[in-house]
Design a protein around this ligand. Structure first.
Ligand code: APR
Ligand code: PHB
Length: 400
């Protein structure tokens, strides 16, 4: 077997949105970085995930030099709608948050913009890197080994950023006793479809609570829609023909809205489990976790990508402080700073999930209590404001 060695300042594991955004922000600050990714670029781009960006995330894309895509292709939303007991209730998110908005722009598009930017800048991303292993991150000389074909490579770095998602190798490399994990798994999944049909609601995401379970109407563009229905956790995609999906979706919406849904063949269909998860701390010597490697939220509040973006903002600032100002303050505060924001988003995502879904063990009574809470929410300015300010996201410096 052949071997090679090289060195960088920050070795990033994972070329999802976290790793790519971190790489772009570091590059802009003149900090050298290499990304190692287990999959191929095509595989990474085939994963369809949520698509709502907080303003903080949009600003970060601009800061990283990749804001053009969201400016041209994003759709600004000023409100959301809640459907329950067969009626729709708009929430004026912008009016309730002094003018804040969210932007519909798919995670796949964000990833593609970041990938294109990275290759246009000639930055190194090593795709299909196998057997990635982390070494000596509790010392000042961490390194990573990986194989490509018959060759084993060693990458030495000042720091390792574990941006490799929930199933990645980074968190798994930390000794068990050094990490505390908090987890809640929900007893259902989301079946999502993507279809090239105009969205039923082009300016507001619709969240529906119904006796048949939760449903969500979202979009990717004026000609591409994304819809979800809550489904049993062990259902298979093959159990759901397109016809069955559309019928079920309509049955969970109010009749007027249902009548306006434009149906069409799905171009993607998948089932995702719902989970809340946090690993603490997010720093282990010279290894830092960011994004899904450290935390998962159920998608109900659309916080996953936004939390990943803010972790990465804090982490890039910390590395910039370290390399440019010879200060360890940022890296020392990284974990606590992120976790404060993460737990706020965990609470919000758990609360909205609990409010909107049908839970197998609390059927009749649970449904009535949810409807009473939703009725209170839409008629109370205080509660609508609380929902709105969490939905648009906290400012970056909220905890300082
Ligand atoms: N070696 C190299 N790369 C790996 C390894 C490994 N052992 N394990 C995982 N990866 C890669 C995955 O293939 C994936 O491309 O790490 C990347 C992690 O990307 P994501 O799972 O998208 O995680 P992240 O970048 O943190 O993005 C967070 O994704 O799941 C959503 O809701 C979440 O929107 C949020 C966003
Ligand atoms: C999506 O567009 O995929 C989406 C939107 C809002 C959510 C979750 C997913 O809360």
């Amino acid at each position: 077997m052949n071997t090679t060695q090289k060195r960088t300042q920050v070795a990033i594991i994972g070329a999802g949105p976290s790793g790519l955004l971190l790489g772009a922000l570091l590059h802009r600050a003149g900090i050298d970085n290499v990304i190692l990714e287990r999959q191929s670029p095509e595989y990474v781009l085939s994963r369809i995930r949520a698509g709502i960006l907080e303003q903080v995330s949009v600003d970060l894309l601009h800061e990283a030099g990749v804001g053009q895509g969201v400016t041209l292709g994003g759709t600004v939303h000023n409100s959301i709608e809640l459907v329950f007991a067969n009626k729709r209730h708009p929430i004026d998110v912008t009016g309730l948050t002094n003018g804040k908005v969210v932007t519909a722009y798919g995670q796949t598009e964000v990833t593609k913009d970041l990938m294109d930017h990275r290759s246009s800048q000639g930055l190194e991303t090593i795709y299909e890197a196998k057997d990635v292993a982390l070494h000596n991150f509790d010392s000042t000389q961490p390194s990573i080994t990986y194989t490509l074909g018959e060759t084993t490579h060693t990458l030495q770095a000042d720091f390792i950023a574990g941006c490799d998602g929930f199933h990645g190798v980074s968190r798994a490399s930390v000794p068990k006793g050094a990490v505390q994990e908090y987890e809640k798994v929900y007893p259902f999944g989301w079946l999502g479809i993507l279809a090239d049909v105009p969205p039923v609601s082009p300016h507001a995401i619709i969240y529906a609570n119904s006796e048949r379970g939760f449903a969500l109407c979202s979009m990717r563009s004026m000609t591409r829609s994304r819809y979800y229905v809550q489904c049993p956790i062990d259902d298979k995609v093959s159990d759901w023909s397109d016809d069955r999906f559309w019928t079920e979706l309509k049955s969970r919406l109010d009749p007027e809205l249902a009548s306006r849904i434009v149906t069409g063949p799905s171009i993607e269909k998948s089932i995702a489990p719902l989970r809340s998860f946090v690993a603490e701390p997010m720093r282990f010597g010279r290894l830092f976790l960011a994004g899904d490697a450290a935390h998962i939220v159920p998608p109900t509040g659309a916080k996953g990508l936004n939390l990943a973006a803010t972790d990465v903002k804090y982490l890039s600032s910390a590395f910039i402080e370290y390399f440019k100002e010879q200060s360890s303050a940022g890296i020392d505060h990284y974990s606590a700073r992120c976790l404060k924001r993460i737990w706020r988003a965990e609470r919000f995502s758990w609360w909205l999930t609990s409010l909107m879904h049908r839970f197998p063990d609390t059927a009749g009574f649970g449904q009535k209590v949810q409807e009473a809470e939703l009725d209170y929410l839409v008629h109370s300015e205080a509660l609508s404001k609380s929902l709105s300010e969490n939905y648009v996201g906290l400012p970056l410096d909220f905890a300082e």
